[in-house]
Design a protein around this ligand. Structure first.
Ligand code: UDX
Length: 437
């Protein structure tokens, strides 16, 4: 099948490569020429495990190409819309400029029977509005809302073998003609048992925001428990293990630490609250305000704990922050709690060095005022305290004995509760975790 993917960011680039892997002829379209040049040379414009190998693999088959020219969409049967929906500046609401621009630019190239498939995370009601726009152009073109649930760092596997497909169609019916077309696109994962659920447009849009809100709530719940554990002298990691053994709760997404960040959860819960307000249902989501507040308190708490660790003053303390990305196996620093903490520490007089295996160039663009050092050993040299803020495997495996010869003071704050406190304390370190005695 001939497919276009509009928007080649974290979502679209992976989606385009994966659709080609499934055997389709795919054209990726993006307004960013630099991104197109990189992807055309089979280089991923961001770090995502397995993506570059996949680009290499599928481009050799001739089934994948990239362009900044929207007219290349003509002749494709299915057009995926994968552009970003960032938070509006100074507001909670989502900025739909890119989605609207993508669909408007696509309109002249649509032919009868084409399918426009929205994958971006949008406020409920957007699909209905876009469907009207598309159908005004050509009544035989249908619009499906097909939210994407991929996690950065696992994006390729999540796209090729998702947990589920959700199709939102105008009448919510399995018999809608768009269903068979999308089934043909996803025939390989469907044949291997991936469940799919057909529903109406607003439900499909809400599935995505509800899922992300639930995940954010789960993380803030355990971070609230971490606050209590800190007050009561209990250990939140053992508490999470114990409550997570209840199948109804589950252990996943119960890691207390420095809170959630990234390009999705923080802005999605805010956009959801904004949209609920517009719909007159703001009371239903007031709890998300608390979820957001608990999350932001974690960052302040790390600064307080660092001050305590440094005997009450941050002034002139050389602090090394290990981790800049919002999560491991990613170079994404959008709303990264690690960088926001690093910036707060520096503002309060600390001398901060940040290291990360992949995210330093993105970090330097967002926070040019911070000092960066790619080499872990050099970054920790003469430090008065280490802060582990992203759980990269190489930080999990840090050797406290070897490090104690490099630092000025053996103090460590484990923002992700990934280090073994017993081991670090035996090696002579003052260890502080999150929500642990
Ligand atoms: C999220 C959703 O998981 C995904 O389904 C959706 O499509 C996009 O948003 P992503 O942003 O890639 O994916 O990262 P995720 O793995 O969900 O982590 C989000 C944040 O939560 C990270 O900052 C992570 O460190 C934090 N987190 C996650 C915790 O603090 N504790 C946990 O237990 C889990």
């Amino acid at each position: 099948m001939r497919i276009t993917v509009i928007g080649c960011g974290y979502l679209g680039a992976v989606h385009a490569a994966c659709m080609a892997k499934l055997g389709h002829d795919v054209t990726g379209i993006d307004v960013d020429e630099a991104k197109i040049a990189a992807l055309s040379a089979a280089r991923a414009p961001f770090y995502e495990p397995g993506l570059e190998e996949l680009l290499d693999d599928v481009q050799a088959t001739g089934r994948l190409s990239f362009t900044s020219d929207m007219s290349a969409a003509a002749g494709s049967a299915v057009h995926f819309v994968c552009v970003g929906t960032p938070q509006k500046k100074g507001e909670n609401a989502a900025d739909l400029t890119y989605v609207d621009a993508a669909v408007t630019a696509l309109l002249p190239y649509l032919s009868s029977g084409d399918l426009v498939v929205g994958k971006s995370t949008v406020p409920v009601g957007t699909a209905g509005r876009l469907a009207q726009l598309v159908q005004a152009q050509n009544p035989s073109v249908h619009l499906v809302w097909n939210p994407e649930f991929l996690r950065e760092g696992h994006a390729v596997a999540d796209t090729l073998q998702p947990d589920r497909f959700v199709y939102g169609v105008t009448d919510g019916s399995e018999d809608h003609p768009a269903v068979a077309v999308l089934d043909a696109v996803y025939s390989t994962p469907l044949a291997s048992g991936t469940p799919r659920l057909v529903t109406d447009h607003p439900t499909a849009e809400l599935v995505k925001t509800a899922a992300n809100s639930f995940l954010a709530t789960k993380i803030s719940f355990i971070n609230a428990m971490a606050e209590l554990c800190e007050a009561a002298g209990a250990d939140v990691t053992r508490l999470a293990d114990a409550i997570g053994m209840d199948d109804r709760i589950g252990r996943k997404f119960l890691n207390a630490g420095i809170g959630f960040g990234g390009g999705c959860l923080p802005k999605d819960i805010r956009a959801f609250m904004a949209r609920a307000g517009e719909l007159g249902a703001d009371q239903a989501l007031t709890f998300l305000r608390e979820v957001d507040a608990i999350n932001m308190r974690r960052r302040t708490r790390v600064v307080e704990l660092t001050r305590e660790l440094c005997d009450g003053s941050l002034l002139g303390q050389r602090i090394t922050v290990l981790g800049a990305a919002f999560k491991p196996e990613s170079d994404d620093v959008r709303d990264s709690p690690a960088l926001s903490i690093a910036a707060q520490l520096q503002l309060q007089g600390a001398v901060v060095t940040v290291t990360d295996p992949k995210a330093l160039s993105n970090a330097a663009r967002r926070f040019p005022e911070l000092h960066y050092e790619p080499d872990t050993d050099k970054a920790v040299e003469n430090a008065d305290a280490l802060l582990v803020l992203t759980e990269w495997q190489e930080y999990v495996q840090l050797d406290p004995y070897a490090l104690s010869g490099l630092v000025a003071s053996t103090r460590v704050l484990d923002g992700r509760n990934i280090l073994d406190p017993g081991k670090w304390r035996s090696a002579g370190w003052s260890y502080r975790g999150m929500g642990r005695p």
